[in-house]
Design a protein around this ligand. Structure first.
Ligand SMILES: [Cu+2]
Length: 206
C-alpha cells in the first residue's frame, strides 16, 4: 500500500470510529433495579431514556408472538416508525387489536401466519398500545413507542441494563402495567460518562 493510500485508510478508520461512537461502542451502560413501591422487584417493567438529542430511525421489524395464549414478549419497546410482526404460533386462531391512540384491529388469523403494524410518531413518549385478542379476553400485551432506542425491559429480579448509551445527561423513567393498573416511576436524572457505567434504581408507584 502506498503512503497516500495508507493515510486515506487511516482517515476512513477514524471516521468509522467517530460514527459508531454515537450509535454504539463508545457509549456506556445504565443498569439498576426496579421495585414496585418498595415491594418485590418489578419484572417486565419498561425502563427508558425520555429524550436523547437527535432523531432516531425506525428499528428493523420486530416480532411479537402469540404462543401458549400469551403475547411474547409481553412488553415490546420500539422506536417510532418501527413495524411489529404479530405471529400466531398457537393451534387456535388469534386476533390482535388495540383500543389506544389511532386504534386498530388487524383481524383474526391462523397458526403460522403474521400480520404487521407500523407504529407512527408518538407526541409524548411512551405511547403504550395495549394489545388484546378478541378470541381470548385474558390475553394482554404492550407495545411502547419511544423517541430513541435506549430502553430495556426488566428481568425476573427487576434488573435492567441499557447498553451503548452515548455520553450525556438524561432523564430515566420507568413504566409498568398489570392487567388492571398502570404504574410509573418518579423519573431520575442520570449522567452518562463514556468511562464509567451508571447505576439507577427506580421505584414504581400508582
Ligand atoms: Cu387469542
Amino acid at each position: 500500500m502506498s503512503r497516500h493510500a495508507g493515510f486515506l485508510a487511516a482517515i476512513v478508520a477514524a471516521t468509522v470510529i467517530a460514527h459508531t461512537g454515537t450509535l454504539g461502542g463508545a457509549g456506556s451502560t445504565i443498569s439498576g433495579t426496579v421495585t414496585n413501591t418498595g415491594q418485590a422487584p418489578a419484572a417486565n417493567a419498561l425502563v427508558y431514556i425520555q429524550e436523547v438529542p437527535g432523531t432516531f430511525p425506525p428499528g428493523a421489524p420486530v416480532e411479537m408472538d402469540q404462543r401458549g395464549m400469551k403475547f411474547i414478549p409481553q412488553l415490546l419497546p420500539v422506536v417510532a416508525g418501527t413495524t411489529v410482526r404479530f405471529l400466531n404460533s398457537d393451534p387456535s386462531p388469534h386476533n390482535v387489536f388495540s383500543p389506544d391512540y389511532e386504534k386498530y384491529d388487524l383481524g383474526t388469523w391462523q397458526q403460522g401466519q403474521t400480520k404487521e403494524y407500523t407504529f407512527p410518531e408518538c407526541a409524548k413518549p411512551p405511547c403504550v398500545y395495549t394489545q388484546l385478542c378478541k378470541v381470548h379476553v385474558e390475553m394482554d400485551g404492550y407495545v411502547a413507542v419511544l423517541q430513541n432506542p435506549y430502553s430495556a425491559v426488566t428481568d425476573k429480579k427487576g434488573h435492567y441494563e441499557i447498553a451503548n448509551v452515548p455520553p450525556g445527561s438524561y432523564t430515566l423513567a420507568a413504566w409498568y402495567a398489570s392487567r388492571t393498573r398502570r404504574y410509573k416511576a418518579q423519573p431520575k436524572p442520570v449522567r452518562v460518562d463514556a468511562s464509567e457505567p451508571a447505576t439507577v434504581d427506580l421505584v414504581l408507584a400508582r
